[in-house]
Design a protein. Sequence first.
Length: 591
Amino acid sequence: MKKYFKRPMSSALAIIGGFFFLTATLLAQPSAAESSNSEANEQSEQRDARMAWWRDARFGMFVHWGIYAVPAHGEWYMNNGQVPRDTYAEYAGQFDPTNFNAGQWAKIAKAAGVKYVVITSKHHDGFCMFRTKATRYNVVDDTPWHKDPLQALSKACRRQGIKFCVYYSIMDWHSPDQECAKPDPKHPIYNPTSFVPGKKEAYIQYMKTELKELVTQYHPAVLWFDGQWMDGWTDQDGQEIYRYLHALEPGIIVNDRVKGAGDYETPEQYIPPNGLPGHDWETCMTINNNWGYDAGDQNFKPVEVLIRNLIDIASKGGNYLLNVGPTASGIIPQPEVKRLQEMGKWLKVNGEAIYGTAASPFKRQLPWGRCTQKASGRDTLLYLHVFDWPVDGRLIVPGLRNVVRSARILADGRTLKVSADAKGVVVSVPAEPPDGISSTIVLTIEGAPDVENPPLDQNADGTVILPAIEATLHGNQIRYQTDNGRNCIGYWLDPSDWVEWQFGAIKPGKYAMIADIAAVASGSFAVQVGDQKVMCKAPDTGSYDIFKQVELGTIELPTPGVISVSVKARADDWQPFNLRFIKLTPVDAQI
């Protein structure tokens, strides 16, 4: 996967999230003059038709499999272990996956509820997991196995009604046309490679040969590129490859990592806090810590996290591409299979609320879960994904102004009573949830959703609580965290990311501000309340799990009304921190 995922991290960043993330890049579109098959020349109706199945799918399975499974230290072992090319190539002679069963893999994917499978045809190590005439460094010619897994898996997936897709790395640590970043003969570092002078065109022709083989031999629905950060690969190169593929197969979908073109964006290992409105996007994520098989990596995500990730992504209009890393013998590890099976069981009951749905109409994150929606004639179905079942039997759907025609529990069809109050629609729910991870309630509403997003309320005693869960998050990395009980705004790695709240001020006067912060280094930030800005300093609390309430200063609310509060980094003195809430307490407010 991306170079940013595998670079060494500072201890602060490692503690904050366990991964080093890359902000998703916006698509750069080629001009209409470049090609009749270019994105710019494609009519919106044609694009919608081409993307329709992908947009409906919502859930895919990623498979990272190659000879890196032999040493079993993950897919970046050739680079991270500083293994010379010839030494690494010897793993091909040990790759004999006699337990590989394409039909079984496809059945696992089907049982999980995925709609498409993306498998590595060539990762950064350059070894080709398919039959190719471009090089003998491939699974058919250079292993004792002598079989083509892509051919078998493509057929097996189609028998199960699953779209078959392939991954292809532009960066190639084995290629004679690319050279290492640090070409030490005993301890090379490959990432990022660059083109050997005068060899770029030869490598592009090599790529085109293999891409044509992939398209004509396996007919993939998606070509999923990676490794585009290698030195010397340009937007123009990506656009050329994009056009080349669409000349071979006009209906193919290509991700943005071809560079300079692409049909959808690919945030890695994180969920954009507000989705990527106006763009097709897909979060790719590991089921443990590594993409390729690592025998020592037992840090598997709980089923609850995986299901709620899927829901969260669908509620923001994206797809979830969840990775598995098979062993060198061809077995998908049982802990991964078990988690996929549990996801499939949940989807058998709740799949209607995921597949073919659109993003939530609610701008603020719902306090009890998420929402997806789907048109139904002149009505709309709102799928309420309830993570936190209300103990008082009242599920409040804030700001919904539509007439509710009916309400039911998706799992068993039980009808529910609906009423309205000042905060929105109230659904009366039974004492126990149908599902402990996420229960789905279906509201049939009249027409398109009409949602008012009211500001937060000021309390009767004059205090104002601005919790992390109610913040509007701006940026591609920052997000709301629930892991380890943090319930905070975290992953604030990019100083250009920022947060804001709105609340209804009813009591003018002076207010003291405090913030609940956890950090491992002290940095500066600004809090703006209306037109007043206060410069603040985050403390070093010693851990991202140790929170301390910090006095920020005093501001004045001159008149009642809707007040905006924002928190932004000071770029020249910024350190990441986690933020649970900001609280305003009246000093001499008119209470």
